[in-house]
Design a protein around this ligand. Structure first.
Ligand code: C2E
Ligand code: CA
Ligand code: CA
Length: 612
């Protein structure tokens, strides 16, 4: 109960002069006015109460902000720890424990320096020195080793904290491992081919430069080999790009599988690969390397339900004093171009003649257009002989281009350009007519044949059958007097097979050219509509020196006999080769030993003089 006369009120005033509250006291003796002493005592008490209230409030907000700070430290996404004046960890947060993969009990008490990667300790020590010297260290990226041995990257800050007991340091790390990985991945992507993961053109150029400067310092030469898959486009066209891609991946693996320590393989793009070899002695060694690479590629690969046996052409060059990377790659490229012009699956080393050849190549496309109109194409004929009688049984027609300025050009100089252009069809038509017409001038009374080469695109072209029939009819040549040669490489799918079949149905003879270098292999021989197998001249060339080649020739001959196919060995250059072929039972031969390809009259005359 309050009595208006004996109630006392005193304001509680804060240190800033604001009102904290009111102290009120009711004297127990009702109706008594408080004495002066009493009022003074109450006023003194009010002052003390104000101080107490203010204190209590301050304490509460301190506790609250301390809890907040603790939470902010503990739950921060940034790894943080506090180091005592000696650099020993005294407090860690959750992120810190996660970053290092250790619990608080393992970390507290540990000198922070022990968390740095051993290779990084010197730098870490100097940074620590700066922080303890009062300087803020920020944004330095360092490597750390977790308890599980995993390497982490973190951007570190060291913040000196002044303390009554000395200088402490707040140590914070932002995990940059993912950033690093992304960067590394970007860098990898920029320098590697996405499909095969091999170094790309840029990285290879770099490695080649390095190899060249090493060879300038330490001696030894650098070999550059450019490798191109034969008929890769055909694989893509026939089986689709996924199969083509898989083939490239598998070839990349085959290549890297046979590299020596100091070699680098890369992908230049498309189906072109490159290998850089250091410490190559001479051309012989370069050739050995090329052989090894080609052998590695020539293993059958099964992709889904197709089995392919890829082969490759290789062009190579050796470094010389002052050679630049670009120059060497260009040289190897020119050699590759020549290798492909010689038929597929071959190897060529750069020589200076190729330079002028390839300069001219650029002009070919422009001039080819007029070649047919100006009647500049020629056919040269090379006889195919019966081993038993040494007499020709027929002639292979080989295309030449009588260039008004450059003289006689060979297929290697223009065929690639031609078969890529719309001129190919009229030229094929011309070849068929010319060959059939020329056949009439060969052999008096003997029934000879003429053999014409066809590209895979021509083989599947709609009008081909009609062109063949027209050429035969115009020259009054029987269908069985026309052989059609198609490179074994080029027969890949049912489309090609059915085209062969329909030509065979016309009565023409189908010859599988360059046999042994292609995708099909021996087992396919019986599935193909073919009459003749022409054993690739590469095997013939190696007959005397390489037992595998000799074995392949013998096996093909045996199988062909079983399947009642005619066997022709191409590229016979020596008597020794001829004798070996004869011993193996090869029935027919063709090559420089007997005659080079020549114009029709000369070809006929040359053979009249050859014989036992
Ligand atoms: P191929 O069908 O394998 O023709 C045989 C090639 O080997 C010819 O080269 C011939 O000159 C060469 N040769 C013949 N005997 C020997 C020998 O004993 N030793 C060596 N080292 N080589 C020999 P050529 O005339 O330069 O023809 C190259 C290729 O061009 C031919 O290879 C053929 O695939 C292609 N070709 C030629 N004419 C035509 C054509 O009219 N149409 C198409 N599509 N391709 C053609
Ligand atoms: Ca041929
Ligand atoms: Ca051939």
């Amino acid at each position: 109960r309050w009595h208006p006369r004996d109630a006392l009120f005193a304001p509680l005033i804060g240190s800033d002069g604001g009102l904290l509250g009111v102290l009120s006291v009711d004297d127990p003796e009702d109706g008594m006015l408080p004495s002066r002493e009493r009022t003074a005592m109450l006023e003194a008490f009010a002052v003390q109460a104000s101080i107490a209230v203010e204190h209590a409030r301050a304490h509460q907000s301190l506790a609250e902000s301390e809890a907040l700070l603790h939470q902010m430290f503990e739950e921060a996404p940034v790894a943080k720890c506090l180091l005592d004046p000696d650099g020993v960890i005294v407090r860690v947060n959750r992120s810190f424990c996660e970053f290092f993969g250790r619990g608080p009990d393992e970390l507290i008490g540990l000198p922070a320096i022990e968390l740095a990667d051993p290779d990084d300790r010197e730098v870490a020590r100097s940074l620590k020195g700066q922080a303890y010297g009062g300087k803020i260290v920020r944004g330095v990226e360092r490597r750390y080793i977790r308890a599980d041995g995993e390497t982490r990257y973190g951007r570190l800050s060291l913040i000196p904290i002044e303390h009554a007991s000395g200088r402490a340091v707040l140590f914070a790390v932002v995990d940059t491992t993912h950033e690093r990985e992304a960067q590394a991945q970007l860098q990898h992507l920029a320098l590697h081919d996405a499909l095969t993961s091999l170094p790309n053109r840029n990285l290879i150029a770099d490695r080649l430069e390095q190899a060249l400067s090493r060879s300038a310092r330490e001696g030894g030469r650098v070999g550059v080999l450019v490798i191109d898959l034969d008929h890769f486009k055909l694989v893509n066209d026939s089986y689709g790009h996924p199969v083509g891609d898989q083939l490239l991946v598998s070839v990349a693996e085959s290549l890297t599988g046979v590299l020596r320590g100091a070699d680098t393989a890369g992908r230049l793009g498309g189906d072109e690969f490159i290998v850089v070899c250091e410490g190559v002695e001479d051309l012989q060694e370069l050739e050995l390397i090329a052989d090894r690479l080609r052998a590695a590629i020539r293993v059958p690969v099964t992709l889904g339900d197709v089995t392919l046996c890829p082969s490759a052409s290789v062009g190579a060059t050796l470094s010389f004093d002052g050679a630049s990377a670009d120059e060497l790659v260009a040289q190897a490229d020119m050699a590759l171009y020549r290798a492909k012009g010689q038929g597929r699956g071959r190897f060529e080393v750069f020589d200076e003649d190729m330079r002028s050849g390839s300069m001219q190549q650029l002009e070919v496309r422009a001039e080819l257009d007029q070649a047919l109109r100006r009647d500049e194409f020629r056919l040269h004929y090379q006889p195919i002989l019966d081993v038993a009688t040494s007499r020709p049984i027929g002639y292979e027609a080989l295309l030449r281009w009588e260039h008004p300025q450059r003289g006689l050009l060979y297929p290697g100089d223009f065929l690639d350009v031609l078969t890529d252009s719309e001129l190919e069809t009229p030229v094929t038509r011309w070849v068929l007519r010319r060959a059939c017409a020329d056949l009439r001038s060969f052999g008096d009374g003997e029934r000879l044949f003429v053999s014409v080469n066809l590209s895979p695109r021509q083989l599947t072209r709609d009008g081909l059958s009609a062109d063949v029939q027209a050429a035969l009819a115009d020259a009054s040549v029987d269908p069985d007097q026309l052989w059609l040669e198609i490179t074994e490489h080029d027969i890949l799918d049912v489309r090609h097979r059915s085209s062969l079949q329909s030509l065979q149905d016309l009565g023409c003879r189908i010859a599988l050219d360059d046999f042994g270098t292609g995708y099909s292999g021996l087992t396919y021989l019986q599935q193909l509509p073919a009459d003749v197998v022409k054993i690739d001249r590469g095997f013939v060339a190696r007959l005397a020196t390489d037992r595998v080649s000799a074995g392949i020739v013998a096996a093909v001959t045996d199988l062909a006999e079983l399947l009642e196919l005619t066997v022709v060995a191409e590229g016979v250059e020596t008597e020794e080769q001829l004798e070996m072929l004869r011993a193996m039972g090869v029935g027919y031969v063709q090559g420089f030993l007997f005659a080079r390809p020549q114009p029709a009259p000369a070809a006929a005359a040359a053979i009249a003089g050859y014989g036992p």
